[in-house]
Structure formats: C-alpha cells, structure tokens
Design a protein around this ligand. Structure first.
Ligand code: 4HQ
Length: 265
C-alpha cells in the first residue's frame, strides 16, 4: 500500500514511522509512506503558508494555494482513485471499520492541517472525506495521520509476524481485550490466573473470551448493543450478566437490611 501525507512537518511523520512493526513493514516494502510539504509550493521570500482569518478572530488559517498544490502533487504519485482524507475533529469518527476499509485500498492521501485549520475551499476541492480520531482538540493533523497509518498498516497482509494476531481473535471482534500475563508466575504477591498455566487450550480460550466480554460489559456496554456475537459468546455474556445482576441484587439486599435496622445509607 502507498500512503502520502501532506504536512508542514514531514520529519514528524518519517521519524515516528521508523519504529516497531510499522518501521519493519516499511523496510520490507509492504507499505510506503511519503510526504509533501506545502512550504515547497510557495514562491514568496517568507515561504508563507498561513494567513489571517476572514471575519477576524484569533489564530491563523492555512492559505489555500500552497496546500492545494501540495495535495495535487502528492495525489499524482498515488494509484488512480486513491481517496484524499482530511484529518479534523469535524470528521467521521475513525473506528476499526474505517481502518479495515482503508487497508483494502492500494493508495491513500492524508492531509494534516496546522493552525486553526485550513481554508474551507481546500476541503471542498482537495479532500474526498474527513476523518476524526476523537473528540479532543489537537494542535495539528500529524498525530491523527500517524494514528490512521498505524491502525491501517497493522491490517496489511504480512505486517504482523503472526497472522493470527489479527485474525484468530476474530471471535473477540469488537470487544475489549482480555488481560495478558508473562513471567514471573507470582509478581509482588499477585499470581497469574491458574487457567493460563493449565495447558488446557479450550479452557484458556473460553476464559479469555469471558474476560473480554465481562470487561466490555463493565467498561464499554455500548459496544455490545447490536453486536453480532457468535453463539458461545452470547451464552457467556448472558452468564456474566446474570452474575452481575445477582451481585447488584445482593448489594441491594444488604443495603435494605441495614436500612431495616435503622442504620444510615
Ligand atoms: N485537529 N481528529 C487538525 C484535530 C483532529 C482530531 C485539530 C486536526 C487541528 C488543524 N484531527 N487541525 N481530533 O483535533 O483529527
């Protein structure tokens, strides 16, 4: 897959991508990432890329000419039909679904803005879609672009050494992760759950699925609403939820009986 990033800080992109599995994927030619700097598309002595906002107010806006020129230059290096994506808090929230979809493409252009944002006409003329990595305000689109690259790259064939790392766990698709442990068996008085030492792989698999379901139900219940869980997962979830409501009932009973005795809650 070929990715282009339009950015005023190309070294932020190149530097970050040197490390870990993504760095290795690039070294092995599974992925290429290039950058285009709008500053290279200026002709004034100050190499100006920003200007004051029409309508007034604080902050600056990326001026349209150098930015659109950089987008067109970078886009011309990509396979035909590669989408041009502007990173902004106004975009469609990035999820695993969006990452999967982008990972299926031969090319992708990411546009990282700075300052208060870019002239709106650049989004209209130079972007096909807008993506957000979350509801917080960042100082630039580079970290969002890197986030997209990371989420997409690890889905490309061959990038994760063990193909199972992304596929085998399909039965926990859309769930939070289960807890992980490594040696030593006892650390600061805390033991590794015995099932993980049992060697019973069916038991281990069931325990992990149960942990993933319980954590998701407790921390991110909205992820379970409308989820298409396999039968086994659905049964485990019902068991967890029965257990959870039994605990709540017991706690309520304790509270009620102390109330009966005239104690304050
Ligand atoms: N930005 N998700 C770029 C973001 C953002 C986000 C703020 C993007 C600044 C210029 N991008 N502008 N959240 O906060 O994607």
């Amino acid at each position: 897959m070929k990715i282009e990033v339009v950015t005023l800080f190309p070294r932020m992109i190149a530097g970050t991508l040197e490390f870990g599995v993504i760095g290795r994927a690039i070294a092995r030619g599974l992925l290429s990432v290039s950058t285009e700097d709008p500053r290279a598309h200026t002709s004034d002595v100050h190499r100006t890329v920003d200007d004051r906002p029409y309508g007034g107010g604080p902050g600056m806006v990326m001026k349209p000419e150098p930015l659109l020129a950089a987008i067109r230059t970078a886009h011309a290096r990509l396979p035909p039909g590669s989408p041009r994506v502007y990173l902004s808090a106004q975009g469609v929230p990035l999820g695993q679904r969006e990452a999967q979809e982008l990972a299926g493409l031969p090319g992708l252009l990411l546009i990282a803005g700075r300052y208060e944002g870019v002239d709106e006409r650049v989004i209209e003329l130079g972007a096909d879609r807008e993506l957000s990595i979350g509801d917080y305000v960042l100082s630039g689109g580079e970290l969002p672009a890197l986030t997209v690259i990371d989420a997409v790259a690890r889905l490309l064939p061959g990038v994760l050494g063990d193909e199972r790392s992304s596929v085998e766990e399909s039965f926990v698709q859309g769930l939070l992760d289960w807890p992980h442990y490594t040696r030593p068996e006892i650390f600061e008085g805390k033991a590794v759950p015995a099932v993980l030492l049992s060697g019973d792989h069916a038991d281990i698999r069931r325990w992990r699925l149960e942990q993933a379901l319980a954590r998701t139900a407790a921390r991110r219940p909205e992820l379970l609403r409308g989820a298409q869980l396999p039968d086994e997962a659905q049964r485990l979830l019902e068991k967890i939820q029965t257990r959870g409501s039994a605990r709540a009932d017991a706690a309520a009973a304790v509270a009620a009986s102390s109330d009966d005795r005239g104690e304050r809650k």
